[in-house]
Design a protein around this ligand. Sequence first.
Ligand code: TXA
Ligand code: MG
Length: 363
Amino acid sequence: MVFSLVNNQEKKYTTKIQSITNFSNLSVEMREAADLIKSNEVVAFPTETVYGLGANAFSAEAVSKIFQAKGRPADNPIIVHVFSYEMFIQVTSEIARLDLVKKLQKRFWPGPLTLIVQKSNQVPYITTGNLETVAVRMPNNPIALALIRESNLPIAAPSANISGSPSPTTALDVFEDMNGKIPLIIDGGKSEIGLESTVLDISNPVKKPIILRPGKITQSEIEECLGTEVEIFDISTLKTGNGEVKARSPGMKYRHYAPKAEVELLSDFNSFKAMFNEKRMKKDKIGLILDNKYLSRLKTESLLASDVQLYHYSTLEEFASNLYFKLREMDKKQVSVIIILFNETTGIGKAIQNRLLKASTKK
Ligand code: TXA
Ligand code: MG
């Protein structure tokens, strides 16, 4: 027992961070990354949403290494990333609603939309957390697409963070969580969107399509594309009578996206201010996150103490792309509580709110 503990903590790999600028032709660096995928090793790579921790989706051995590196619960299924529609067909079977699939792919792929469909026999159950369905997306990032193309395998990839913590949006964020656990991190700069893809379940032919995780692609954009109503799974209704969380998508039941600091989420300025005062009285080291438009109110009420870590933003897109990075940064500054003022639900605001609600779930 003690033995296996020691083994788990051992650094298995010397983790290399490699930037790849030449992905149009097959460069040496890209070949090295693709060879690792082909030999069932794990490679972290950039996507337009967040960094992914990738491995051959068809190999149970390769996918088990992802679970090990992340410390991920085995019932949490992994998104499979494909390069082409032919590859999509390889991982799925019996697409009950091919018409819907085609419309969605035409409009949103490559891009931050993950589709849940029936899995093919080639996809092992470890990839899908024992489900008959599989989550698939085509990422809109040249490095990600080149890696899948060159390894010629669908790549299973969750976000490249330790299970439960904020997703990484830079190669260095990945390094912090994965140093010694994987051989290679491909550096593609900062993730553009900063929040994970929208997850849409279309696997049940007699039910309306349902969004299991909101993302940049919104409910109304999907409804407009399909010309039908689309449901959205609201995490505020997740709790059952005994306080347990009802999980529709297995990943929904865990505290997620969370920094080490406690997160307090408030929806109006007065309660935000009251919380700030309460925490200041306790001499907590505080991080504050809020929209620029409230800054002047904070200042005029001379609330800003010098040791407060402040992040303010001017657009929702800017907030989305910096959120995880700022949560990680505040942890490094060792704040004990992060107080966030947020109440937007339009556009990507819905996805931001979803992540904030989960990050503020008490441990
Ligand atoms: O943007 C993204 O989606 C990123 C990048 C790397 O592509 N990936 C990502 O993966 O966020 P991950 O593993 O952190 O989140 C996958 C989510 C989880 O909530 C999981 O439960 C859900 O998708 N999921 C995967 N397969 C599913 C399935 N068959 N049925 C229901 N939910 C599924
Ligand atoms: Mg994740």
